[in-house]
Ligand binder design. Sequence first.
Ligand code: GDP
Ligand code: MG
Length: 246
Amino acid sequence: MYYIFFTGTAGSGKTTLVKEFQQYLLDLEMDTAVINMDPAVERVPYTPDFDVRDYVDAIEVMERYGLGPNSSLVVSIDLLLTKATDIKREIGDIEANYVLVDTPGQVELFAYRDTGRLFSSLLVGESKSVNVFLLDSYLAREARSYVSLLLLSSSVRFKLGMPQINVLSKVDLLNQRELHQLLEWGEGEGLVDSLGVIDDYSYELVKTLIESLERPPIPLSANKRDGFDELYAEVQRIVASGEDFA
Ligand code: GDP
Ligand code: MG
């Protein structure tokens, strides 16, 4: 059993990708299951095999504790951790080659808080896992946003300690020129030039960031199911290489 997490900023396309990638794996006759880890989502386009909303309702938490949407989500995940034993039992019944985990839009859970990591390791147990981080290509068209998203991706990679695959989501929204540029940046070319005038600090930061990238992000469209073969190949490469949840 192998866990594939999908993280990224709100609206980057996690839920849609989970639905389409599950279908893709099913078409390859892979047994898959889906976990919804977002307590605040109203509806999901797939049938979850485990749903945190069965344990905690972010809207109810919001009303009961008089919280805003963001803090209610953070508290919801804390509450989930108090129900770890029950959750563990229910998840233990899942049988599949791949378990896809759809996560909440508040990526701070995975970048800055312990709960994202704690809950992930609760789910994963002794199994292997990988995190697919979605860089919203529509935002990433702009060079500074691209760099910022890469930094966020690095934060999540570092905090979660899981092997990670960066993907550029929703590339069907880009024109040829924009896509071409993003692919070049992914290869570490032309990014500094595209940033225009930057200070020394930013220059050094971007240089280090480019060097630290293991691989260029995989361009992907869930709507068109483009890039799925590449994503799956990368998942398999990581499974085979035995990189582990640190
Ligand atoms: P999440 O918040 O990360 O779970 O993102 P969603 O999957 O809910 O998607 C946010 C919005 O982006 C929705 O309106 C989706 O229809 C749209 N979207 C998701 N994937 C794609 C894609 O590959 N191409 C396009 N054009 N839109 C997409
Ligand atoms: Mg979602």
